[in-house]
Write a protein that binds this ligand. Structure first.
Ligand code: MN
Length: 282
């Protein structure tokens, strides 16, 4: 019996060692965040001094935050059928207390009376697997001041279409961002909200990479992979049809200085980035 127990301890020891051996073999870069598979467009980092390109990685999405703008620069997330369930919309808009403690936290009331919606980057309806997942989309670090017609019409249509693609057997990688200063909401033009602490962006963009549901996603991207790039003005006079705002990834990169889809081989990246999507829009 004693011999058996000794053997058991030896076995546990060996298994324990094996685990600690395996982990260092994978550098942090190789254990990729599901939401950053296509790259980190602005080389955002978790350095607190990098206050306008501050990387935040959450289980539900990843983003680059700008302290001075009080908004994300971009938010990136992977959407598969797994993320879609029956959790109800939580509507628990709240400050993100995971920001560095000395930074101003945009509050759920920061947009009040501005004529701009608290526009989700990662949509509420993309994260309904659990209540916790849905709730995470209501953090103010996931919001931009978005003209109501942009948010509720053009953008909502694009979000619905994206989920339709997923429900039809695809998976998608989405990167959404905003830049520039000044939009036109339901109370007219504004450049900032909350006494200057939140910048109203002038342009709102999105890049969507569409793959049939499967494994080893990066290696399945080819020159014929559908990439939808959209860039819209943050105004209430926007056309509700998102398809009319399609553009190239190159155009968005030129406007923002970011490098999107940067993990792809350069030839493939270049080929995908200079095309304008001409696929269906609903
Ligand atoms: Mn690129």
């Amino acid at each position: 019996m004693k011999k058996h127990i000794r053997y058991l301890f030896l076995l546990i020891f060996v298994i324990g060692c094996k685990e600690t051996e395996v982990i260092p073999d994978k550098s942090p870069d190789l254990i990729a965040n599901e939401h950053l598979v296509l790259g980190n467009p602005s080389n955002a980092t978790t350095d607190i001094n990098n206050s306008n390109n501050y990387l935040m990685e959450k289980p539900q999405y990843a983003l680059s935050y700008s302290r001075d703008r009080g908004t994300p620069n971009w938010v990136s997330w992977h959407l598969t059928q797994d993320w879609i369930g029956s959790a109800p919309r939580q509507d628990d808009f709240r400050a993100d207390n995971t920001l560095p403690s000395s930074w101003y936290k945009v509050s759920p009331n920061s947009y009040s009376g501005s004529g701009f919606d608290r526009g989700h980057n990662t949509p509420s309806a993309d994260r309904t697997r659990t209540i916790e997942d849905n709730s995470a989309t209501f953090l103010m670090t996931n919001m931009i001041p978005q003209a109501p017609n942009n948010n509720q019409q053009s953008w909502a249509n694009l979000e619905d279409y994206t989920r339709d693609l997923v429900k039809a057997g695809n998976e998608v990688y989405v990167i959404m961002g905003s830049y520039g200063v000044g939009g036109i909401g339901s109370n007219g033009a504004k450049t900032t909200l909350d006494n200057g602490r939140v910048t109203v962006p002038s342009q709102i963009w999105k890049v969507i990479v569409v793959l049939t549901e499967g494994e080893d996603d990066l290696n399945r991207i080819t020159t014929s992979t559908r990439v939808i790039a959209v860039n819209t003005p943050n105004t209430n006079s926007i056309n509700s049809s998102w398809g009319s705002y399609r553009t190239t990834v190159d155009t968005i990169e030129a406007a923002t200085g970011y490098d999107l889809l940067s993990v792809l081989p350069d030839d493939l990246e270049a080929s995908l980035e200079d095309k304008i999507d001409a696929g269906p829009t609903q």
